[in-house]
Ligand binder design. Sequence first.
Ligand SMILES: C[S@@+](CC[C@H](N)C(=O)[O-])C[C@H]1O[C@@H](n2cnc3c(N)ncnc32)[C@H](O)[C@@H]1O
Length: 340
Amino acid sequence: MLSIEQRLSVYPRLRFMGSKHRLGARLGEVFAALPPGPALDAFSGSGVVSYVLKASGRPVVANDHLTFAAALTEALVANDATQLTAQDVDAICSGNRDGRDFIATTFAGLYFPDADHAFLDAAWSHVDTLAPAKHALAIGALCLAAAWKQPRGVFTVTTPRYDDGRRHLRMPLEALFREAAEAFNRAVFAGASPCESRCGEALEIDDDFAVAYLDPPYAPPRDDTCYIKRYHFLEGLATYWRGQEIMWETRTRKLRKRHTPFASKRTVRPALDDLFERFRDAAIVVSYGSNAALEVTELEALLRRHKPRVERIEIPHRYAFGTHASASRRLAREYVLIGA
Ligand SMILES: C[S@@+](CC[C@H](N)C(=O)[O-])C[C@H]1O[C@@H](n2cnc3c(N)ncnc32)[C@H](O)[C@@H]1O
């Protein structure tokens, strides 16, 4: 059986705000010391922690309210065996089946060259015909390719102001998609127990778990943690913008913000209280970064209301991500609270 580190080394690396990719092995050790049984990753994001939990043999429910995040865990956590064949990938890259052009017309002159937008429309005309696991793998690979080609992986800018010289920025999206599809295929493995991917509200989950891993977006002192602002293009791409509300007045063709009580200083406390109460019968593992408006001591006190024994682990962590170049180099502290 491969180690957690070996598994982690093949997990596709999406630059996702708050990703715990680098803490994956440490979190694996934390989970290994907790009672066996089903695990929940209620805010799965990049999916990497769900993947670590799957690698440990537990049955896992991965949940996130973003569709593209759920596609990642559908492809690599819930899916045990299906891969995209060379024929599948060639078919997705074989041209437009039905002449659709929503992406080409909506985003002309914005994120990518016209040929890339046309490729995404054409690819989607095939993706629409795929069975669920292949569909999720294709969506995951399209999102990864688009994120690779976008400076800093975020869609808040439409000009290449932040060109960091990466070869990805100059490659056609089709070539990037082919690379990304290989990366997804490499990461598919059969877990020891069945796993599930969900797209929904964390505060509405009401199953029983042995372990609940909670990594909500804490409001920082300045700026915000709006995932839709940064990743609206990936969320749109995961759905072909169906059921999404584009704010046409915005230059970047943003989607309407997704409400979450965790990201606002006003509602974060009652929301966390509700969350901890909901999973009080499980071992609760909470991630927390030191650049949040809420102090870790306060978070710990909130958790103690529901779990009398709380242990705090501190992990120095260099943030890969920030709004400014300086922020991206800042050394922050990452905490893990374990309520047994
Ligand atoms: C800090 S990130 C999680 C990062 C993840 N642990 C990883 O390693 O990539 C927070 C995630 O919570 C999701 N989210 C925010 N509010 C939510 C809610 N109320 N219900 C479900 N998901 C939510 C966001 O979409 C985002 O993906």
